[in-house]
Ligand binder design. Structure first.
Ligand code: ADP
Ligand code: MG
Length: 759
């Protein structure tokens, strides 16, 4: 008998175990049995040997007449040929082996009867089955078994050049024969309630299904394992978080929030009111809030965050707002100062009576300013502290940190969230995470499963439309020329534009491209785009046939900010005031450029994705994205959110050389066709592997989601989440669930191992 944790050696033999480890990184019975078939093939109808036809999948019942084994001529290994007959015809079975001998010689002996299944082919004039599946029959076994066998499905495994599907199938069969599961990780009540099979049955069912229904039933059960384990971990995390205490910050009818609301120049949208009320209620509780606030760029998240921060100040505490970049921290500082007006001018002339103070703390502050900011935070003089990662440093202290607001969560890890939490004295601060990347519900339930979610679905009235078009630069060079003309026209009307490139250029070191994981693209790789751009000439950036021929099949490096800016300055945008912005600029230079652009003394900003999140220049109406196919769908959507923020309509042009009708172009067409971020994030998710979406923090490499798809299995994930919450509420330590506790322990250990690998 073998359990799931047992090493493979004793179960499948040392040689096979070694091969499985080398080819698939599979080392235990459990890992092997979780290497699921990709699909199934039908064995094929029971056929007599006289009526075989090439190409058909057949099952034959026959007796082995003779067997021969010979060495292969050109490479190491053996060929075993067994000739079988059913009295009406003959057929050769061919097996290729790697070693000097073939173990099948011991079982495939003349006189033995069996069922053989495979695809018929002809080799040197002889009908054959290459690597057939087979089952040998004892002397008395009935014909009934033959019909049953013919109807069974053959599993087809993800294989590599080092291991074939049938080699995997052989090992799986041995493991299944010995398998003994005594602690099912899925509790009996849950299995009963949802009509799910036991684990051992499910593993047999997915590897050796009797029919398709059997396979589907097994899949369903195994999907449950994936969803449930993850949800139990998250339920435990939520429970642990709630166990902490927090200082309640109740609403005050005469406080800063009330004054702020009275001063707001607009009405809150219904969504803002609802989310705001939920947050206000949670801040008043004596355990920490953990809430994710998601909503499109411009949906008004910042206003909600400000009201939450003021409620905490009203309650005697402080709030910290953590932004992912210096530019964004400064922008928040400016826009929140403006929103608060006299409410943030404590001690100043014109400050409101119960005013608080706003402090900015970033890495680029000079020593004196930094000292003052640190003092403001530590003394409690600043009710609201806005900053970058600098806020996480050890010497930053707060008098009474009651709320942490994190903008654009996807740039921060769980560890950073924790680092800031630790800064609250006793108990924990409330946490509000804001993201503009719309997250489908199931992803929110898994990736951000330890957070509750509020969503803003509408944009405030008066927001401008953004129209988006694809510019096929290779097919229509003229369209690209027109693109630059459009920018010149906008500038002539006193408006501004962004031109976004995937790369910085110059002598930048190698790094990740933007399409990789949708995170910061600054500092991407390679070179040669300078040469490319120059060759393309200043009039158009369309690629010539010579360029194509020169570079063969290799994809040219993505366009770079520095190269393109120089080119535009000399060519199509001569006379327009250009500036470049990218992550390699020193922070104060970045600020200078951003301020110049915001102030209108720069017309066109040639930039990397540093402008992706939250940058707000209402006078910018046009965005041109070069090599748009190199960006992810959600990222493009984020980027174009930079325009159409003022009183003029926004225009976004996606420049690409991707072929019409190809997958890259279809993605761009989808972005051009809708402004619905949720639709696009679903599309993004469909196109990326779930593991990439989940990231290292949630899913181990081997035991991560193999069967579960976040989009299609929404109902199942929801049910698993409810079941997990119920179970963890009843039995937080999983004392009565040995199998489950073991499965979770294994998953967490693996995550830790991967974390260390990466660190
Ligand atoms: P987000 O952070 O979600 O991208 P912001 O909070 O920055 O959006 O809001 C974008 C702009 O819309 C800001 O200028 C803000 O003052 C304004 N705004 C927010 N809520 C409303 C509303 N209900 N009505 C009109 N304008 C609003
Ligand atoms: Mg924002």
């Amino acid at each position: 008998m073998a359990s799931l944790q047992d090493p493979l050696g004793p179960v499948v033999g040392a040689k096979a175990a070694k091969r499985l480890a080398a080819a698939l990184d599979v080392r235990t019975v459990g890992e092997l049995l979780r290497h699921y078939p990709r699909r199934y093939e039908n064995r094929g109808e029971l056929t007599d040997l006289a009526s075989l036809r090439d190409g058909e999948n057949v099952t034959v019942q026959a007796e082995i007449a003779s067997v021969s084994v010979r060495r292969m001529r050109n490479r190491p290994g053996t060929v075993l040929e067994a000739v079988v007959t059913d009295g009406r015809g003959r057929l050769t079975l061919t097996f290729f082996g790697r070693g000097r001998q073939d173990w099948r010689e011991k079982v495939l002996r003349p006189g033995v009867r069996g069922l053989f299944a495979g695809q018929v082919s002809t080799f040197q004039g002889k009908r054959q089955l290459s690597h057939p599946e087979y089952e040998l029959l004892g002397s008395g076994e009935a014909v009934a078994r033959a019909a049953e066998y013919a109807a069974e499905l053959i599993p087809v495994y993800p294989a590599t050049s080092d291991i074939t599907s049938w080699q995997i199938a052989d090992s799986v069969r041995m493991a299944l024969d010995l398998l003994d599961v005594d602690d099912d990780p899925l509790p009996r009540v849950i299995r009963d309630r949802h009509g799910l099979s036991g684990l051992a049955d499910a593993l047999r069912g997915i590897h050796r299904p009797a029919d398709r229904r059997d396979a589907e039933r097994a899949r369903q059960r195994l999907k449950w394992d994936e969803a449930f384990t993850l949800q139990v971990i998250l339920a435990q995390r939520r429970r642990a978080a709630i166990a902490f205490s927090a200082t309640p910050r109740k609403r005050r009818p005469d406080g800063l929030v009330a004054e702020f609301d009275g001063r707001l120049p607009f009405e809150l949208t219904v969504g803002q009111q609802l989310a705001g009320a939920t947050i206000a209620d949670e801040l008043a509780l004596d355990h920490p809030m953990h809430r994710l606030l998601q909503g499109e760029v411009g949906s008004g998240k910042t206003v909600i965050a400000v009201r939450a921060m003021l409620q905490v100040v009203d309650g005697g505490g402080q709030a910290a707002l953590l932004a992912p970049t210096e530019v964004l921290a400064q922008q928040h500082y400016r826009s929140i100062s403006a929103l608060l007006g006299p409410l943030a001018q404590a001690g100043q002339l014109g400050g409101a009576e119960q005013a608080t103070r706003l402090t900015l703390l970033t890495g680029s502050l000079g020593a004196a300013a930094r000292r003052k900011a640190l003092l403001d935070a530590a003394s409690g003089g600043a009710g609201i502290v806005i900053g970058t990662h600098a806020l996480l440093e050890e010497n930053v202290q707060f008098a009474d940190l009651g709320l942490v607001v994190i903008d654009e969560q996807h740039r921060f890890g769980v560890e950073q969230r924790d680092a800031l939490r630790e800064k609250a004295g006793d108990g924990r601060p409330h946490v509000l995470v804001m993201t503009a990347t719309p997250i489908p519900r199931t992803v929110a339930m898994t990736v951000f499963g330890d957070l509750e979610v509020s969503t803003l679905t509408e944009l405030p009235a008066g927001r401008q439309a953004i129209s988006t078009h694809v510019v096929p630069a290779a097919e229509r060079p003229r369209y690209l020329e027109r693109t630059w003309e459009r920018i010149t026209e906008e500038v002539a009307k006193g408006r501004q534009a962004y031109v976004v490139c995937p790369r910085i250029g110059g002598d930048e070191p190698a790094g990740d491209g933007p399409a990789g994981n949708g995170s910061a693209a600054d500092g991407a790789a390679g070179d040669g785009s300078a040469a490319w751009a120059a060759a393309a000439g200043p009039a158009g950036l369309g690629r010539t046939d010579e360029d194509l021929a020169d570079q063969g099949a290799a994809r040219r490096p993505p366009l770079a900010v520095l190269d393109l800016a120089a080119l535009l300055d000399r060519g199509p945008l001569a006379g327009v005031r250009l500036a470049v912005l990218h992550g390699r600029l020193p922070p104060d230079e970045k600020d200078r450029v951003m301020l110049a652009f915001a102030g209108g003394s720069v017309d066109v900003l040639v930039t990397t994705t540093v402008v992706e999140v939250g940058v707000d220049v209402p006078n910018a109406t046009t965005m041109v994205i070069m090599d748009a196919d190199r960006f992810g769908v959600s990222q493009l959507h984020q980027l174009r959110g930079r325009v159409g923020r003022g009183s003029h309509e926004g225009l976004c042009l996606l420049v690409t050389e991707a072929e019409a009708g190809g997958p890259a172009r279809l993605r761009l067409d989808a972005v051009a066709a809708t402004l619905d971020g949720f639709k696009l994030s679903r599309l993004d998710l469909e196109q990326r592997r779930e593991g990439d979406v989940l990231g290292a923090a949630q899913a181990g490499r081997k035991s991560s989601l193999k069967l579960l798809t976040l989009l299609a299995d929404e109902d199942l994930i929801g049910a698993a989440r409810r079941a997990a919450t119920e179970l963890v509420d009843a039995d937080p330590a999983l004392a009565g669930q040995r199998g489950l506790a073991a499965a979770i322990g294994a998953l967490l250990a693996e995550q830790r191992a991967e974390f260390l690998e990466k660190a």
